[in-house]
Design a protein around this ligand. Structure first.
Ligand code: CO
Length: 218
């Protein structure tokens, strides 16, 4: 078939037409409902890596997840992009959960493990180098490089969850309404499996508030 020889770029609009037909065949008002607004259950902060898709890997459809992706799923303290997404998702859309999802074999994490000047990527990767510094004792004790790499992916997720918890909008919402809760996940590119790191959100929040309390007066 000629279509199979087409690149995704060339077939994107044809695929879109098929997708519309497929959605309408199961629910003729599908797009009418979509146009009415969004009420996503959670915010997903993941990596831009083309293999670590957001909705697809968890079976979510349009309208169900508010998504933000960047290199190595970083939540930077002065990154207006990510912080605006959190502000809007938590403060306005009132999502019930915030998920930070990393993935094994993350190129951003790998790059941060190497002593190399990567130009404009340096300040971004520094967030991950900082994670390494915070957990240096544990990481340096892992002799196997691949295991160390996997562990840094997990610790990066955990630290980015903590960065989410540092935000005023999260703290104020949780103190007032008991939501959202924050979760750390890892996607294993090799097996397709989604793993819940089971971070203790309430304990992390408690620890954070001793230093980063922005919820006073709520
Ligand atoms: Co990645």
């Amino acid at each position: 078939m000629a279509e199979q020889n087409k690149s995704l770029y060339e077939s994107a609009f044809d695929n879109n037409k098929k997708w519309i037909a497929e959605k309408k065949s199961t629910n003729k008002d599908f797009f009418k409902h979509l146009a009415e607004g969004q009420n996503p259950e959670f915010l997903y902060i993941g990596c831009s890596d083309s293999r670590a898709t957001a909705e697809d890997l968890m079976g979510a459809g349009p309208g169900q997840v508010f998504v933000h992706r960047n290199i190595a799923n970083v939540v930077g303290g002065a990154d207006l992009n990510t912080l605006s997404v959190i502000e809007y998702a938590v403060g306005h859309l009132q999502v019930k959960h915030v998920v930070v999802c990393g993935h094994y074999y993350c190129g951003g994490v790998k790059a941060a493990m190497q002593a190399q000047d990567l130009g404009i990527l340096n300040p971004w990767l520094r967030y991950i180098r900082d994670v390494y510094r915070i957990h240096r004792k544990e990481l340096d004790a892992i002799a196997d490089e691949e295991q160390r790499y996997r562990r840094l992916v997990e610790l990066n997720v955990e630290e980015q969850c903590i960065n989410v918890i540092k935000t005023a909008v999260l703290q104020k919402s949780f103190i007032k309404k008991g939501t959202p809760t924050v979760h750390g996940w890892v996607f294993d590119v090799r097996t397709g499996e989604l793993i819940d790191l089971k971070i203790d959100f309430e304990q992390k929040l408690k620890n954070i508030r001793e230093i980063y309390d922005l919820g006073a007066g709520v």
